[in-house]
Design a protein around this ligand. Structure first.
Ligand code: AMP
Length: 422
C-alpha cells in the first residue's frame, strides 16, 4: 500500500516525501481512513509505530479548508519532549500547507508563546498545565477547536494530569472530532475515552508488545561491574547511537560524566537540567555529536530520535511496560535495533515478567572480558543497591575465558531462577 491511496492534497504529499516515508505503517493504514472520514478514534499504539503521522496527516488535510488564524486543532501531550516532537512533525509534514502550529509548555517564559498565539495559529500542541495557565491569562480560547487529540493518554494519567484534562475538555466545543492515543488502557483512561469519544473506531497496533525488529539481549552482571561492561560493549560493538537508561537522575549524570572522562562522546538527559541543556543534549544526540545519551525514564519520554541503534537498560526498569517504552526507542518504524539489559540476581522476578510480556526469552550473553570491579566501584554499587549481589558462578567473572576473550562463567536462568552452565 502507498500513501497515494489516501488522496492527500499535493502539499501534504510533498510533506510525506520530505520526511522520506514511502509506505504507511500499520497504524497509519488503519487509522488514516477513519480520521479522514471524520470519525473519533481510540488508538492503542505505542511510540515508535508511526502514530504521530497517523493523526497529523489527516489533521492537516482537514485544516486546509476553512478559516486560518483560528485555533482549530488542539493536541495535548504529557511531556514537553513529546509536545516538541509532535510540533516538529507538523512542521515537517505541513511545511507546504501554510498551516501554523505552536508548542506550549511550562518551564520557559510565556512571552513568546503569547506573541505567537496573537499572530494567529491553527494548531496548538500543548502540555496541560501551561495550556490552562494561558487560557486563564486570556491569551487563548478553545471555543473554535474542531479536533481534539490526546496523545499518550496513559502517561497523562501516570503524571496526575487527568483533572487538568477534564478541565480542558470542558472548554472545547462538544461538536468536534476527538482522537485518543494510548499505549496501555488503564481503567481511568478507558473511562475517559468512553466519556470523550462518540462511536469511535478502535485501532490497535502491537498493544503492549515491543516493536518487532528489536533483538533482546540479557547480561547478568554485578552492579559494581556494570560501568565496565557498558564501556566494553560500546567500544567493542562500535555503537553509533546508544540510549542508556538508569533508574536515578544522579546515576544518569554521573555515568555520562564518567563515560565522557573515559573518552566517549556522551551526555545525560535527566530532570535536573535546564530546558536549554536538555535541548542541547537532545540535539547533540540527534546530530551524532553525542553517541551515547544516558537518560532517566521521565526525561526520555517522547524523545524522537530516529536511528537509535541500541537501547541499554543499565538498570532494569520497574515495570514490564517501562521496558516496552524504553526499547521502543530503537527499532522505530522500519529500522531494526538491539535492546541490551544489565541485570543482577535481584532482578530475576522483573526479568521473568518482562519475558512474559515479550512472549519470549531474551538471549543470554556471557560477559565479555571486563576488568573486575575495584573496591571503590563495589562500595558505590553497595550504596545504590539495597540487595547485595551474590555471584551465581563459583568462578570470578574474569576466569574461564574462551579464545575470543568471552567469559564462560555460568549465568542465571531467570525463568527457573536456577544457575545454568554455559
Ligand atoms: P512515532 O510513533 O510517531 O513516534 O514514529 C516513530 C518514528 O517512525 C518516527 O521517527 C517517524 O519519523 C517514523 N515514521 C513515521 N511514519 C513512518 C513511515 N510511514 N515510514 C517510515 N518511518 C515513519
Amino acid at each position: 500500500m502507498s500513501f497515494k491511496e489516501f488522496n492527500f492534497h499535493p502539499t501534504i504529499s510533498a510533506g510525506i516525501e520530505a520526511c522520506g516515508y514511502t509506505a504507511p505503517t500499520p497504524i497509519q493504514k488503519n487509522a488514516i481512513p477513519s480520521i479522514l472520514a471524520g470519525r473519533d478514534i481510540l488508538g492503542l499504539a505505542q511510540t515508535g509505530t508511526g502514530k504521530t503521522a497517523a493523526f497529523v496527516l489527516p489533521l492537516l488535510q482537514r485544516l486546509l479548508d476553512g478559516p486560518r488564524k483560528k485555533v482549530r486543532a488542539l493536541i495535548v501531550a504529557p511531556t514537553r519532549e513529546l509536545a516538541e516532537q509532535i510540533h516538529e512533525n507538523i512542521g515537517m509534514m505541513g511545511k507546504e500547507t501554510g498551516l501554523r502550529s505552536i508548542v506550549i509548555y511550562g518551564g520557559v517564559g510565556k512571552g513568546l508563546q503569547i506573541r505567537t498565539l496573537r499572530a494567529g495559529v491553527e494548531i496548538v500542541v500543548a502540555c496541560p498545565g501551561r495550556l490552562l495557565d494561558l487560557i486563564n491569562d486570556k491569551a487563548l480560547s478553545l471555543n473554535t477547536v474542531e479536533v481534539l487529540v490526546l496523545d499518550e493518554a496513559d502517561h497523562m494519567f501516570d503524571k496526575g494530569f487527568l483533572p487538568d484534562i477534564r478541565r480542558i475538555i470542558k472548554l472545547v466545543p462538544t461538536k468536534r472530532q476527538s482522537l485518543v492515543f494510548s499505549a496501555t488502557m488503564p481503567h481511568e483512561i478507558r473511562h475517559l475515552a468512553e466519556e470523550l469519544l462518540v462511536n469511535p473506531a478502535t485501532v490497535q497496533i502491537d498493544h503492549d508488545l515491543p516493536a518487532p525488529r528489536i533483538s533482546h539481549v540479557l547480561f547478568q552482571v554485578a552492579t559494581a561491574q556494570k560501568t565496565s561492561l557498558l564501556k566494553s560493549i560500546i567500544h567493542e560493538q562500535e555503537m553509533t547511537s546508544t540510549l542508556v537508561f538508569t533508574r536515578t537522575k544522579h546515576k544518569a549524570k554521573s555515568l555520562a560524566l564518567h563515560l565522557e572522562k573515559a573518552g566517549f562522546s556522551a551526555a545525560s538527559l535527566q530532570g535536573n537540567l535546564s530546558q536549554q541543556k536538555r535541548q542541547q543534549a537532545l540535539d547533540g544526540f540527534r546530530d551524532g555529536t553525542f553517541k551515547v545519551l544516558v537518560a532517566t525514564d521521565i526525561a526520555a519520554r517522547g524523545i524522537d530520535v530516529t536511528g537509535i541503534s541500541h537501547v541499554i537498560n543499565f538498570d532494569v526498569p520497574d515495570t514490564a511496560e517501562t521496558y516496552t517504552h524504553r526499547t521502543g526507542r530503537t527499532g522505530r518504524a522500519t529500522r531494526s535495533g538491539q535492546a541490551l539489559t544489565f541485570a543482577g540476581q535481584e532482578d530475576g522476578k522483573m526479568i521473568a515478567l518482562i519475558e512474559r510480556n515479550l512472549g519470549k526469552r531474551m538471549v543470554r550473553e556471557a560477559l565479555p572480558a571486563i576488568a573486575p570491579a575495584t573496591e571503590e566501584e563495589r562500595r558505590a554499587a553497595g550504596r545504590e543497591n539495597t540487595t547485595r549481589y551474590k555471584p551465581t558462578s563459583q568462578k570470578p567473572a574474569t576466569a574461564g575465558r574462551n579464545q575470543k576473550g568471552r567469559s564462560r562463567a555460568c549465568s542465571f536462568d531467570f525463568g527457573t531462577r536456577k544457575p545454568v552452565q554455559r
